[in-house]
Write a protein that binds this ligand. Structure first.
Ligand code: NAI
Ligand code: CS2
Length: 484
């Protein structure tokens, strides 16, 4: 059969411009917005942009009128939904930089939303401030009117709006970053200050940056997923995506130029998102990273396989409840034991093939919010940290070592060149571990100056190198009594 023939019902100019048309956006914000369009016939539609990556997805999407299917796949139920909120899709390589900038600067644009991955903000992960040594930022600073980075594009678009006396837009980050709105603000203002001090002040006074907590497990699409969705639809959809049925979106209600009523389709607008973000990042994403490094090294390809191993399950529950939960300032309605149980159920969904190697990418940006902040808190309160230490030791082995069977690992991280030089220059495991812990952009002084903690991490790293990740985790898990 031929491709999707459902035309989007919205024809007005999009008021939301989204940067980062990846898997997550298609299954989360775009789907919420599509449901709102069905419910309210709202005028809020989306123009989605990829600044980086392949242009193929954009070409395919345009051929389908930007309409695609989302398969919500639980262990026991599944449902196909059709998303039609995206009305335009752009890529600078197809449309030119000018067109992208003009779209952002358009008078209709009210919200610029982002899922550009943690590294897209060009920040130093440990401090959350603009990394002026980032190669994209260095390039953009040389010619701010022809940007390459998302930060450079947004600032140039805001400059055009200011010059043309147009209203500002809201910048809404939907990435997994602690205080994602505040971080976007710091990165954008940090860059604007270097470019134009008046513009810096205009942005500071006019633009808002709501924090958001976003949640839905959306693994990278595979040919098998597309074939399965095709069998359900009866036609090929090259832009289809599969995800879990669960979804959550908590948004700080701080929009400078209007917003859709996403609350009508399940999102929540609140005054303070930070407790929700922190809980999700430490409990869910922290466990994901823990399971991905230890699971990958132990030979597990998917998260559902790792959590199916009883020792890993036991370790993860203890990691969540004994080492992450105590650090949280919990929203009043949350029962943390139930939340942990729900997370385990979600991780166990074997209909989703969520690769450990996918979650293991960009660890240099993921470690601070997922492991380091809890580590520092727990040390200051004398709370146990041995799973956090093991998670960091497993990450170290992942970036410079081999898996338990001695296979080399393809590491995908902005710091990969640094990991390679540590691997070739350091003479002993201890030296390599110390070189990694001394990376200031990941680990701050509270960690590096804590000799006992550093020794604990190194001891676990050496144990993983000598007896394997699985054996090390099993040995530690055997000592836990969950009934205590
Ligand atoms: P993806 O790999 O499908 O898409 C990544 C997107 O980021 C692409 O649109 C790409 O163009 C863009 N990008 C990459 N590097 C960039 C850079 N330096 N500057 C600007 N744009 C850049 O990944 P996916 O699944 O869409 O995830 C993206 C982000 O969404 C994650 O990093 C996370 O922060 C957030 N997220 C993802 C969830 C998931 O389960 N996939 C769930 C919750 C949040
Ligand atoms: C994952 C997240 O890739 C990762 O780092 O931990 O993308 C995770 O799937 C989402 O945050 C779930 O909401």
């Amino acid at each position: 059969m031929s491709k999707i023939n459902i035309k989007p019902c919205i024809t007005n100019k999009p008021k939301i411009i989204h940067i980062g048309l990846g898997a997550f956006h298609r299954a989360h914000q775009a789907l919420y917005t599509s449901e709102l369009i069905d419910k309210e016939k709202t005028l809020w539609s989306i123009s989605s942009i990829n600044l980086f990556g392949s242009v193929e997805l954009i070409k395919e999407l345009r051929q389908q009128d930007n309409v695609y299917a989302v398969l919500e796949r639980g262990s026991n139920r599944e449902q196909v939904k059709i998303s039609k909120s995206i009305t335009h899709s752009l890529h600078p390589l197809l449309d030119g930089r000018e067109k992208v900038l003009e779209t952002l600067a358009d008078v209709n644009t009210a919200i610029v939303s982002l899922t550009i991955t943690e590294k897209g903000y060009c920040i130093e992960p440990s401090s959350g401030t603009l990394d002026t040594n980032n190669p994209l930022i260095q390039d953009d600073l040389k010619s701010a009117q022809s940007p390459k980075s998302a930060i450079g594009y947004i600032v140039e678009a805001l400059r055009l709006r200011k010059e043309r006396q147009r209203p500002p837009f809201t910048v809404m980050s939907c990435d997994n970053i602690q205080s994602n709105g505040d971080v976007a603000r710091k990165a954008i203002l940090g860059y604007a200050k270097l470019v134009d001090s008046e513009l810096y002040e205009w942005i500071q006074d006019h633009v808002t940056f709501p924090n958001t907590m976003v949640d839905r497990i959306v693994p990278a699409v595979t040919p098998e997923t597309l074939a399965y969705i095709e069998s359900k639809l009866g036609y090929a959809d090259h832009c289809a995506i599969a995800c879990e049925p669960f979804r959550q979106w908590v948004i700080e209600d701080n929009f400078v130029n209007g917003r859709p009523n996403w609350n009508e389709v399940g999102a929540e607008f609140v005054e303070d998102v930070i407790p929700y973000e922190q809980m999700k990042l430490r409990m869910l994403n922290g466990s994901h990273s823990f399971l991905s490094y230890l699971g990958y090294l132990s030979g597990y390809k998917y998260i559902s396989e790792v959590i199916d191993d009883k020792e890993f399950l036991k370790a993860t529950l203890d990691f969540m409840l004994a080492e992450q939960a105590p650090t949280l300032n919990l929203p009043s309605e949350v029962n943390i034991e139930q939340y942990a149980k729900l997370l385990i159920e979600r991780f166990s969904n074997n209909k989703l093939q969520h690769a450990t190697s996918q979650i293991a990418t960009d660890g240099s940006h993921k470690l601070p919010p997922r492991f380091c902040e809890s580590l520092i808190y727990n040390r200051s309160k004398r709370i146990q940290t041995h799973w956090l230490e093991l998670g960091i030791a497993a990450w170290m082995n992942y970036v410079i070592g081999t898996d338990d069977d001695g296979n080399s690992i393809e590491v995908n991280d902005p710091l990969s060149p640094i990991f390679d030089s540590i691997k070739s220059d350091c003479k002993s495991s201890r030296d390599s571990a110390l070189a990694l812990i001394n990376l200031e952009c990941i680990f701050n002084e509270s960690i590096t100056n804590d000799t006992e903690l550093v020794n604990n991490i190194i001891e676990k790293f050496i144990s993983i190198q000598e007896s394997g990740a699985k054996a090390t985790l099993y040995r530690m898990a055997n000592k836990i009594d969950l009934n205590q």
